[in-house]
Design a protein around this ligand. Structure first.
Ligand code: C5P
Length: 290
C-alpha cells in the first residue's frame, strides 16, 4: 500500500476560555472542541526520493514548508527516524481558510494519520498526538477528533461525549482576523464573561442539546474590533432568528456557527445566509476519528 486517503474534519469551539498569557508567548486555554462533518480530503502517497510535496489545487495556500501539512509530514518522518522518506500530499480544500475552524491543523492531522497507516501502523495514538503538538496547537485535537476538553496550549486533551445529534450552520464572512493579533488584544483580567466549562461538560454528559447550546461561549468575541463585532453579531442574530438554539464565533473567528435541533430550520437559515455569505455550510457533529 502506497497511498491513503483521509477525511480531515473541521472543528468548532463550543467554548473557548483564555486563562493566562504564558512566558513562552502562548496562552493557557480551556476549551471544548467538537469535530464537524465539514471536511477537506487529504491523499497521501509515499515516495522514496526524500521530498515532501504538497498540492492544494488552486486554493492559493502555500505548498512549501509553511503549509501545516508539509510540517506534519516533516515532523512525522523525523520522529520515526525516516528522515529520508518522502510523500506527495494532495489536499482538496472545503474548510474555509483562516476561519477559526482548524482547517490547516485538520490537514496536518490527516497527514499524520495517513503516514502512520503507510509507514508505522503500530504507532500509538498518544505518540501521534505528541508529534502533532509540535506542529500546531490544534493538531492533537484534530488527530483525535470527536469532542474534547483542550487545555494548556490546546494540546492537553480529555475526550468528552460529543454533541447530541443536531444540525450546525456554519457561516464565514469574507474578512479575516489574525489569530496572533486577536490573542494580543486579550487582557485576561479584563474579560467580563467566561464560559461555564463545567456546565458544557455536564450538558454533553447528559446528552442535553438545549443545555449545551446555552453554555456556548467564546471570550474572543469580547475583544473584536467594532466593525468585526457588528458583522459577527449580525450573523449570530440571523441564525437565532432562523431558529438556532444558540450561535457563537468559533476559535479566533471570523466564522460563526449556530446549533439547530430542526433540520428544516437549519436548511432554511443556511440558504438565507448563503445569499449574502458565500461560505455558508450545513454540518453535523462527528465522533472520534477512526
Ligand atoms: O500553535 P499555533 O501555530 O496554531 O498558534 C498560532 C498563534 O496563535 C501563536 O503564534 C500564538 O500567537 C497564538 N496562540 C496563543 N496561545 C495558544 C495557541 C495559539 O497565543 N494556546
Amino acid at each position: 500500500m502506497d497511498q491513503v486517503v483521509c477525511a480531515a474534519p473541521a472543528k468548532i469551539n463550543l467554548t473557548l476560555d483564555i486563562l493566562r498569557r504564558r512566558a513562552d508567548g502562548y496562552h493557557d486555554l480551556r476549551m471544548v472542541m467538537q469535530s464537524v462533518s465539514l471536511c477537506d480530503t487529504v491523499r497521501v502517497t509515499r515516495c522514496s526520493d526524500g521530498e515532501i510535496r504538497v498540492r492544494c489545487g488552486g486554493s492559493g495556500l502555500p505548498e512549501g514548508p509553511e503549509n501545516i501539512a508539509w510540517k506534519a509530514a516533516h515532523a512525522f518522518f523525523h520522529a520515526v527516524g525516516a528522515a529520508d522518506a518522502g510523500a506527495v500530499i494532495e489536499i482538496e480544500k472545503r474548510i474555509p481558510v483562516c476561519a477559526g475552524m482548524a482547517g490547516g491543523s485538520a490537514d496536518g492531522a490527516a497527514v499524520l494519520r495517513a503516514l502512520r497507516q503507510l509507514c508505522r501502523p503500530q504507532l500509538p495514538d498518544a505518540e501521534l498526538e505528541r508529534i502533532g503538538a509540535a506542529v500546531g496547537s490544534d493538531v492533537p485535537f484534530c488527530v483525535r477528533g470527536g469532542a474534547a476538553l483542550a487545555e494548556g496550549r490546546g494540546e492537553i486533551l480529555t475526550t468528552l461525549p460529543g454533541l447530541p445529534e443536531c444540525e450546525i450552520v456554519i457561516c464565514k464572512p469574507e474578512f479575516g482576523i489574525s489569530t496572533p493579533e486577536l490573542y494580543g488584544r486579550v487582557r485576561t483580567e479584563k474579560l467580563r464573561r467566561h464560559p461555564d466549562t463545567q456546565a458544557m461538560r455536564d450538558a454533553l454528559a447528559a446528552g442535553d442539546l438545549p443545555a449545551a447550546a446555552a453554555a456556548v461561549c467564546n471570550v474572543f468575541e469580547e475583544v473584536l474590533a467594532p466593525d468585526e463585532r457588528r458583522d459577527i453579531a449580525r450573523i449570530e442574530e440571523a441564525l437565532r432568528r432562523g431558529g438556532a438554539l444558540s450561535a457563537a464565533m468559533t476559535g479566533s473567528g471570523p466564522t460563526v456557527f449556530g446549533l439547530f435541533d430542526r433540520r428544516e430550520a437549519a436548511e432554511l437559515a443556511a440558504r438565507t445566509l448563503r445569499a449574502e455569505y458565500r461560505q455558508t455550510y450545513l454540518a453535523r457533529p462527528l465522533g472520534r476519528t477512526e
